[in-house]
Structure formats: structure tokens, C-alpha cells
Design a protein around this ligand. Sequence first.
Ligand SMILES: O=c1[nH]c(=O)c2[nH]c(=O)[nH]c2[nH]1
Length: 302
Amino acid sequence: MAYLQDSTYGKDNVKFLKVKKDKYNPQKQEVLEATVRVLLRGNFDVSYTKADNSPIVPTDTVKNTVLVEARKTEVWPIERFAAHLAEHFVGKYAHVSGVDVHIIQHKWTKYEVNGKLHDHSFKKDGEDVKTTSLSYNRSGDFQLSSTLKDLTVLKSTGSGFIGYNKCDYTTLAPTTDRILSTDIDCTWNFDSKKIGSIKNIYKLADQGLFDQTLAKVLKITLDRFALENSPSVQATMYNMSSDILDACPYVYNVSYSLPNKHYILFDLSWKGLDNDNVLFYPSPNPNGLIKSTVGREIKAKL
Ligand SMILES: O=c1[nH]c(=O)c2[nH]c(=O)[nH]c2[nH]1
């Protein structure tokens, strides 16, 4: 006999762009382009097991809700809009027990014209995006995290890899000078206890917590990447995580997932040429993939 173990449903890839006009100068604007996913949990079992659609809030209604609420409420920062959507669905439908909201914020950056940032012209200056994920239950439990991803970085020196395990399968030569390149994917989980309740997300958003945390994560990641003589991806990502935990008291733990995008020194000796770490070829496949989650050490009570 089959039984429904788990289910969730909703709308994915709901896209909008919202314009924010300055109160005193409506030509001065900000934009937020977003891709939203809302998945509902709750008393929907009969729609799967008995072909009874009566509890289903159509995914089309979910899409409409995201767009109407984006018009009616503040969407900056995306953590606030995620909280608003989660509260909306749980508040409106008694049989919804929980909501998972995921929002991607696409990058638009103002650029300078005649030495001054233009009021309403933007360029796409990178593929990196910020995302947020909020899982919320009717009981009040919530888990909020945000992510910076697809930020591609490379350093042409200041990185090495030596002292690793060697066996009869090892061909890798140790190096104290290599290219290090990765696509940054960093997730910071917020401390739900410290935030207190989903309502406090609005207050903390007003205080700038979420924007400041993103700015700190970005700065720490880029600074560490540039300034540290990296002994390995593993050690560098741990140090980045540890810096973020020191700088961001509302962050509970930090996860990085970093591909090691190899650039291989090309052997030119057959041509009678040396290669003093100047000519490399990018080797997209295979790539290393290094992941870690770093949390705060629980101090023992003395
Ligand atoms: O920083 C690195 N970590 C590894 O685990 C590894 N493995 C490898 O082949 N090169 C590297 N580099």
C-alpha cells in the first residue's frame, strides 16, 4: 500500500522588476529585478491521493500573489519580502502549515556619466547574484539564510598547494605559486534565536542588517582571497568563514562551496622554451569542489 511521505508545491521562476522612485526627485530611481519561488506545505494530501483539488491554492494564484504583493509592499531587502510572502500565505490560508520562499536578486549597478552616478541607468557588471531562502512554519519556527553566488575570482599568484597526501596514484606536482580561481558560492545562515521572530526580520531590515551582512561577506571574501597567501582552498575558505562569524553576530554559520577551477602550467620544454609561471591553459573539466560549513564553537560553562 502506497502512502504520501512528503509533498510541497507552488510557483517557481516568478519574475518582476520593481522601480523605487526617490520621494523628492522621481527621476532618481533604484531597481530590483527578482526571481521568486514560493512552495506551500500543509493539508494538501487529498489532492495527491484522492484527486480532490479542493484544497489546492492554484500555483497561478501563488504567482499573482507574488506580483500583487511586490506592488503593494516594500521588496528591499529581499529578506524582508521573503518574510512578507511567508506571513501572507500562512495568514490567508488556514490549511497552509508552512511556506518556503526563495528569492534571487539579479544584479543591476548604476554607472557614472560625466563623473556622477546616473539617476536611472544601470549596467550588468557581473553574473553574481544575491539570493535568500526562508522556511517558515505556522508554529512560528523559521530558518533564514542568504547566499552570494556566481562571483568569479582569480588570482595569478599568492597561492600554492604542497604537503598533501602522496601515494602510487598521485601525479600532481607540489607548487608554491599557482593560479587560484573559483566561483564564490557563500551561504550565511541567520541565528533564528537571535532574530527572535519572523516579525523582527522587518525591524532588522529597516536597521540595515541584511544589506550590511551582504556587504561584509563580499568584502571579507574578496579581501581574504587577495591578501592571504593561500595554502589551499580549504584553509582559505575556513579563514573567510571565521572572519564572517567574527564580523556578523547575527550569522549562525557560514557555508562555502567552491570549485577549484584549474589553470594548468603548459610544458613548453619540448619547444626549448621555459615557462616561468606565465602561460597556463584553463582546464574546465574536471574541477575540484571544496565545501565547508563553519559554525561558532559552543563555549563550555565553567
Ligand atoms: O586547494 C586545493 N585543495 C585540494 O584539495 C586540491 N587537490 C588538488 O589536486 N589541488 C588542490 N588544491
